[in-house]
Design a protein around this ligand. Structure first.
Ligand SMILES: Cc1cc2nc3c(=O)[nH]c(=O)nc-3n(C[C@H](O)[C@H](O)[C@H](O)COP(=O)(O)O)c2cc1C
Length: 149
């Protein structure tokens, strides 16, 4: 079964809310998902993933140190060709998401989108996150087909 692994850090649960909505969107399309707070994530869980979504809030113009540490540990996992998404909540800047995207790109991940949501996601934002989850599922299922954003 096609698989999406979602790993996130969060301080006050906003990025967690985004992660859960992405999972809902992907699950609705019949994709198997693993959702983990980075504190409980293991890099081996990514080995057989078709797509990986990594999220962090923006704190002091950067991603959370726990997410940075996890990303660094992925250097010796073969992620080339997997589909990727960087996401997170922020107050006024997108540095964390951009840095996640850059690092995953350097590992050969095919990044589809940067999903930044300002502060706590409301109903409208959560719907956007679900749609991005569906988009990830579509990309996994039909690698060659154009998916609606
Ligand atoms: C100590 C602190 C530092 C922050 N620094 C930044 C920052 O540098 N840039 C930014 O865009 N937002 C910053 N924020 C806002 C957070 O990114 C925002 O509150 C976000 O929703 C937190 O997500 P979380 O609930 O997943 O932890 C900061 C918030 C706190 C409490």
């Amino acid at each position: 079964m096609p698989k999406l692994v979602i790993i996130y850090g969060t301080g006050s649960h906003n990025t967690e809310r985004i992660a859960k909505a992405i999972e809902e969107g992907a699950k609705a399309e019949g994709i198997e998902t693993i959702l983990k707070n980075v504190s409980f994530a293991e890099k081996n869980q990514l080995i057989d993933a078709d797509a990986i979504a990594i999220g962090s809030p923006n704190y002091r113009d950067a991603m959370m140190p726990s997410v940075q540490k996890f990303l660094n540990e992925l250097a010796d996992v073969d992620l080339a060709g997997k589909i990727g998404l960087a996401f997170g909540s922020y107050g006024w800047g997108l540095e964390a998401i951009q840095a996640i995207s850059k690092q995953l790109t350097s590992y050969g991940v095919d990044m589809i989108k940067d999903l930044g949501i300002k502060r706590m996601p409301g109903d409208e934002e959560l719907e956007i996150c679900r749609r991005v989850g569906s988009l990830l599922a579509c990309k996994i299922n039909n690698k060659e087909v154009k998916c609606a954003a």
